[in-house]
Write a protein that binds this ligand. Sequence first.
Ligand SMILES: [Zn+2]
Length: 360
Amino acid sequence: MPVAIQKLPLAATILLRSCNNSDATLDLSHTASSTDDLYLGIDVGGTDVKIGLVNAGGTLIDSHRTPTPELGSPERVFAFAIDYADKQLSKLGLQSEQLKAVGLAVPGVLDTEQYVLREVVNLPGWLGVKLLDTLCAASQLPSAVVNDANSAAYAEHSLRKLDRQSLALVTLGTGIGSGVVIAGNPHGGDHGCAGELGHIAVDFGPDAIKCTCGSSGHLESYAGARGVVARLRKAIELIDQESLPKSLMGKTITPRDIASAAESGHAISRNVIIDTGRFVGRAIGMIGQVADPAVVLLGGAMTFGGDDTEVGRQFIQAVRDSVTATTLVQVGGNIKIEFATLGNNAGMLGAAMVAKQTVS
Ligand SMILES: [Zn+2]
């Protein structure tokens, strides 16, 4: 999918540095010509490493996915990615010199001074490693390291050609996070925790639910996947179980099951989803009042069908209504709240775009 790229400033979360260039080889693909500048994006998660070659216009030229555990350490992941790029470039008759920079997107808490991960799950061997130095050494190219949420937000920001405007990408799933682009720059915060939307308090009462982080009343406990299922279970516990939609009769219930029940007309499920939108909207309202972004996007695995379903549309309308109800009219009345569009490729694309920023 084409993604327009714009300028790239550097912000607290991005690290960039120019290494001594450059006999690193890279790859391009079918839509690339021998005169195109190319950028390599690497998105590392606990399950997969996604690698993509992207041109200066933001178009994904070629991509590859491989299981993270098979590679393991940062050194091996970077070597694999560079080797992949070399081989693809050669296969496509392109020159290694066309690869101009490499970007890495990582989960967890990224130290924005040292560019090391201070906290991360499911990536053994990555904690404390100087990722920027290691990536530079492996690629011999200008390199950048960015948190994956901010990377994805930057890709969506670029796609929309928002230039110096601000955007937040809220990711809904088991956890709730967000990536933030402030005035055109990905923003990680001074402690690597900017955009931790799941840990914004939305309930300050004495019965506020305890969060996994140890605090109470945080959004994730109410609107993360577990919170949504827990509210549904509570709502149906006194109801004749025989009357429930099929999707809610199993031992395990997922947000997808709840969306399916709501779509088939189950009012309780629909109300649980609407309430989820209200909780999310409260937290977005707080972000809105602080950062006043032009756009807030909802992405991740739990968007209840998104724009394609009536329930998804009701969900996002509940978010919008909640933001409007909890912010100044100049904020809530002007923030565009929409579903994200780049999906699973966003982190990889954003990493490549941040890499481009290092040499622009
Ligand atoms: Zn919390």
